[in-house]
Design a protein around this ligand. Sequence first.
Ligand code: SF4
Length: 701
Amino acid sequence: MSVETKTTCPYCGVGCGVIASVDDHGKVSVKGDPEHPANYGRLCSKGSALAETIDLDGRVLYPEILGQRASWDVALDLVATRFSETIAEQGPDSVAFYVSGQLLTEDYYVANKLMKGFIGSANIDTNSRLCMSSSVAGHRRAFGSDTVPGTYEDIELADLVILTGSNLAWCHPVIYQRLAAAKVARPGMKVVVIDPRRTMTSDIADLHLAIRPDGDVALFMGLLAQLAQSAAINQNFIALHTEGFPDAFAEASALSFSDLLDKTGLPAMQLREFFRLFVTTEKVVTCYSQGVNQSSSGTDKVNAIINCHLATGRIGRPGMGPFSLTGQPNAMGGREVGGLANMLAAHMAIENAEDRDRVQRFWNAPTIAERPGLKAVDMFRAVADGRIKALWIMATNPVVSMPDADAVEAAIKACPFVVVSDVLKETDTTRHAHVLLPSLGWGEKDGTVTNSERRISRQREYLPAPGDAKPDWWQMAEVGRRMGFAEAFAFGSAADIFAEHAALSSFENDGSRDFDIGAYAQIAIRDYDTLSPFQWPQPAGSLLQMTRFFAEGGFFHPDRKARFVPVKPPISDRTNADFPFTLNTGRIRDQWHTMTRTGKSARLSAHIAEPFAEIHPRDAVEIGVGDASLVEIESPHGKVIVRALVTERQARGSLFVPMHWNDQFAAKARIDVVVTPLTDPVSGQPASKNVAVAARPFKAV
Ligand code: SF4
C-alpha cells in the first residue's frame, strides 16, 4: 500500500501541486495534484521526473570541516565563532549571506532575521537577484509595493496574451499548457510573443515580434503613445488612481516612428499590428519574465509595460493586467520575508525609519540594518576585494550561475571563511567551502513556498532525513543561538517560524502594507500541517481570499495612487569590432539551473545531451562554423566551447547558449564565465541577455 503526501514541485515559479507516493518498498512516484489551483493535475517533464532525482548518490550526509567529517556541534560552534570574531574585528558589514530562491520561506525568514536584526547588516542577497529583482523594483516604483496584481486564471480569461521575454513553453511549461488549452477552447484568443529568438513558445503565437535585444522599452513607449491617442485610454482611471501620466506620455511621444523602427528592429507592419491588437482588445494580459528582467534596463522595461496597463485601467480585473512570471519556486516567498539586500520582512522598506523600528520592536532585536546591503554582483566584488571576510552560501551554486563566474570563483577561493549549506557534496561551489553543512532536500524538508500568482503552498516532508542532514532554517537558528541570541532563535519547527512570519505581516499593519495574512498569526501546528494552497493576502480574521489587486486603485504609495514612470530607450547594441555577436543565455526545457538535480535523470538529459550555441545559418557560414562543430565563444571575461546548433530560429548577429552546464557535466561550458557583470542601475539585476561576444571555430592546440 502506498502512502501519499501532497507537496509542491521544487523547480519553477509556477508552483505546481504534486502528490508523492511511497510504496511498501520505499519506491517513490509522483503525479500532479488535481486539486492544486496552479496546475490542476498537470506536470511538465521536470516535475514528472522528480522521483528520478531524489536518490542519495552524491549527497553530503555529515558536516565537514576542510573536507573532514565533523559533528554538528563542532561545525556550528566554528561557524558562530568565526562570524562573531569577524563582526567584532571588522564590523557587521564584513560578513554576508548569499541565499537562494530554492530555500523555503521559513529558511529565508530566519536568515533575514539573523542578518538584519541581530548581526545588524543587510548583506543578505539571493540568486533571485538574477531572476526577478527588476520586476520587484518596477512594482515598487509603480505600485508602491512589490505586488503581482493578477492570477494564472487571468491568462486563460484574456483575449490577448502578450508574452515578452518569456519562453513560456520551456520555462513555465504548465502555464503554457493552460494557455494553449485556453487558446484551443477560445479560438478568438490572440497570442503575441516578443522575443529576439523564435522559441518553442513562438509556435503558438499569432504574431511573433523578433525584437532587437533590449528593444522592449521603446516598443512599450511607442504603445503608450498610441494608446493615448485612441479610445483605449482610460482618463477616469488615470485621474482617480494614478500620478505622472503627462511626463510618461511626453517621453513616449517624443520617440518618432522611425526611432521606434530603429530601436525595436521591427517592420512597420508588425508594429502597427501589435498596436492595433492592444488598442482594440480590452482583456489583455502582458506576461514578462527573464528576457525583460535580466537587462541593464530591466526595471524600465517593467515600468514601460505597467505604464500601458495603467493608461488603459487594464489591471486587476479578470483577464487583464501586467504579470511578472518568477523563475524560481520560492523567489516570491523570499521577497515576502525580505530576503533581498534592499528589503525588510513583510514587504517593509529598509529605507523607512518607521518600518525599521516596527521590525526591530517585533523581533526584540538588539539592532537593525539601517541601509540596503550589497546586491549579488556587488557582494561578490566585496568578497573579491576583501571587504567581506566571512560568507555563508546556502542552496545555490554561484561559481556556475553568477556573471563573470571565474572571478566569482576566485573571490570565493580567496575568502578567509566560507560556509556552504547544500544537499550535494561536490558542486563547483562546495569544493571551496571551509565548512560544508548537509541540508535536507526536496521531500525531506518542511515549509512553504509562494508561486508567481502569490499562492502559498506547503512543501512537505515524506522521506526520512539522510545521514545527519538538517533543515537550512535549523542551521541558521543554531548559529544565531551560538552567537548569543538564544531566545530570538528558539524555533522548534517550520510551523513556529511561519507563525512568527505571519504575525509580523500583520503587526501594527494599518492596511497600508499589502501583506496581511493575520488570520494565520496564531496558526497551530495542526493547521500548518494541513494548510491548503492559498493566495495572500488573507485578511486577518477571514478565510476569504483577495485574488486580484488594483482594479479600483488602492495602490500602496502613501496617496494610494500608482505612478507612471517616464522611461527612455536604453543603449541596446553593445557589440563592437572585437565582440560582434550578442549573446543571450537562458533555460532549456528539461534542465534546472546548474543541473545538480535534473542532471541525475537520464530521461531529462536525453532531451538535449550537451551544451550548444544557437547561431543563424548565415552567421555560421561567415565565421566558418558548421552545424554540430565546436565553436569558441569569448568575451573580455572568459571563454567557453560548445557545439554549434545552426538554426533560423536564431536572429542574425545573436547567439543563444543555455545557462545550465557546469564543469561536472561538460568541460569549459559554464556560460556565465563569459557574461559581463553589468547590472540594472535600479534593481542590480545582471544583464544576461545582451552580452557582446566573439565567436569562432574551435581549434584544438
Ligand atoms: Fe514543476 Fe514548473 Fe514543471 Fe510545474 S511547470 S511541474 S512547477 S517545473
